[in-house]
Design a protein around this ligand. Sequence first.
Ligand SMILES: [Zn+2]
Ligand SMILES: [Zn+2]
Length: 352
Amino acid sequence: MTRLRDHYFPGTEPLGPDEMRVVALGTGRPFVRRAQANTSFLIELGNGDIFMMDFGAGSQKNFTALNIPYEDVTGYFVTHLHADHVGDFANVWVGGWAGGRLRAMEVWGPSGAVPEHGTKHFVETQVASYAWDTMTRVGLLPEAGQHVIVHEFDYATPATIYERNGVVIKAFPAVHIYDGPVSFRLEWNGLVFVFSGDTTPSRFMLEHGAGADLLIHEAFNTISQLMARSGYDERTAIGIGTIAHSSPEEAGKLLADLRPRRAVLYHHFNDFDTAPEIEREVRKAYDGPLDLARDLMVWTVTPQQVVTRMAVVTDHAWPNTEDHAAFRAATRAERPKMSSFLSDAILFPKGS
Ligand SMILES: [Zn+2]
Ligand SMILES: [Zn+2]
């Protein structure tokens, strides 16, 4: 068993060939707050692959803090199209482009009951709405980085949606308000990672979430916390906390059946005065290993151990490409020409 330092310092621990590392980039509720961004988890594998599952609003500042080049992210996976799961799309896409990505961004996400509810529609309309943004960056930045490839899959059918380089990712339905949401199961090198996205406990998770080394499942704040702290009436609190989501007690019952090597619950405001009640609720049924997620919590998963730590990061990270030669050499499109009344007003012309 490898002896790990008490904290995780990005850039100091190359992954072992049999190692999986998962980093929480966002763990909170649909309000961005300093302590917790919206949902996002990063999965790094010993084969060099890096996957991001969801990119909720505010989460990308925590990705930047890890000092991982955008170019190194293999693919982005979307559980559903709530803003607290995809709200940082522009940061991933344009930030990644400006941050050195030299190829198209690849996104996998579910279809919906109608085409307008699907991932393809979401991405295409996001891209279209940033027409001015894209047009002004081409010519300055490598052309390839502006493109997005969308792989939309059927939300209703449990299936393998990704299979490359020894990594298999399966999607299966999540039960969250309406048709469309999914959960993911990633298998690599004998290790299993399962991410619920948003769901109330369901038989889909019982079926496809079994045997996980790391299971990240959602659990909302308790009904009493939602009423006392969020000001919801009981009906609203029950609707949000147990029908749309998993209550901690129900999540505990599910975990007791699934028994992962390590369980992680996210999607609640995790504070010193809310966490104890949430844990008590979970513990009514589940007595196994458990973490209540916080932003920048890190899990090191190997066949021998599962270790939970917090990352120590700089607030002043610079996203950048490490391969400056490739960045310099990459093809640029022709720069757009501004109107002559603007270019004629430039005090210090730079040529073309
Ligand atoms: Zn949701
Ligand atoms: Zn959510």
